[in-house]
Write a protein that binds this ligand. Structure first.
Ligand code: ADP
Ligand code: MG
Length: 252
């Protein structure tokens, strides 16, 4: 099993979006992938993957009210361990049991952990049980500063930082360039995912962008990331006949 914690430090950078899409993209390369919503307080992975967020969930497992296997569902080719969205379930869940749950996930080839923001106990647990971490960073100073803290903590916990995933990139002048992000984090930028209005729409339909708009630049960035992490060959989508003709005419 390979377990990867998807972290960022700051909230709202796109951890859940990246986790859901990366999981589906990895499954498209034939891997057995389980995604875990480890954002115990603000669970919402179920919406991104269009799965039922009602009991039994991870929260029921943490409350000792359900077995792990009962809480795992399947969607879009991946296994999903969702969290509950109700406050009642949150109150009953015992985060101290998270480590026990993670150690029971070993039968899956790849486990992606959608970590919460901050550096609280669930993040530390997610990082310490994971072999590796991805840092989801928006190209702005507040996001970079929070990602740096996460990076340092991951290092102290001996979790290998695979690199950074730049999300919501617009290519504007005020954005921090990738090479500066790499210098600050002492980590490689593995992917740059552009800002894309389809992300919100895909979440509304519960269909990850890699399936909802598979040829979009944002979906392609995630697919390439999945291929690179898995050591697979990435094949960009074929251009339409119209685009190919346009390119040909430009070259003539
Ligand atoms: P986190 O899990 O880090 O809190 P989410 O994945 O929930 O972040 O994303 C936060 C918000 O940003 C959501 O509304 C999501 O639709 C939006 N978002 C994420 N990535 C992108 C993107 N590449 N382009 C446009 N919107 C995005
Ligand atoms: Mg999230």
């Amino acid at each position: 099993m390979v377990s990867i914690a998807v972290c960022s430090g700051k909230g709202g950078t796109g951890k859940t979006t990246v986790t859901a899409n990366l999981a589906v993209a990895m499954a498209q390369y034939g891997r057995d992938v389980l995604v875990v919503d480890a954002d115990i307080e603000m669970a919402n992975l179920c919406f991104h993957l269009g799965v039922d967020g009602s009991s039994p969930t991870l929260h029921d497992v943490l409350a000792g009210k359900a077995e792990l296997a009962e809480a795992v569902r399947e969607a879009h080719g991946v296994k999903v361990l969702p969290g509950a969205i109700s406050l009642k379930a949150l109150k009953r869940a015992d985060p101290e049991r998270l480590e026990e749950v993670f150690s029971a996930l070993e039968k899956h080839e790849i486990v992606l952990i959608d970590a919460p923001a901050g550096l609280g106990r669930p993040v530390l647990t997610a990082l310490s049980v994971s072999e590796a971490a991805l840092l989801v960073v928006n190209p702005e100073i507040s996001s970079l500063s929070d990602a740096l803290k996460t990076r340092v903590v991951a290092g102290k916990l001996d979790t290998k930082v695979l690199g950074a995933v730049i999300n919501r990139w617009r290519g504007t002048a005020e954005e921090i360039p990738n090479r500066d992000i790499e210098n600050v984090l002492e980590a490689k930028v593995l992917a740059t995912i552009p800002e894309d209005t389809n992300v919100r729409a895909s979440c509304s339909y519960g269909v990850p962008l890699v399936l909802y708009k598979p040829d979009s630049p944002a979906a392609q960035a995630v697919k390439k990331l999945a291929a690179d992490l898995l050591g697979e060959e990435y094949r960009p989508p074929k251009k339409s006949l119209r685009e190919r003709l346009k390119n040909l005419l430009v070259r003539l």
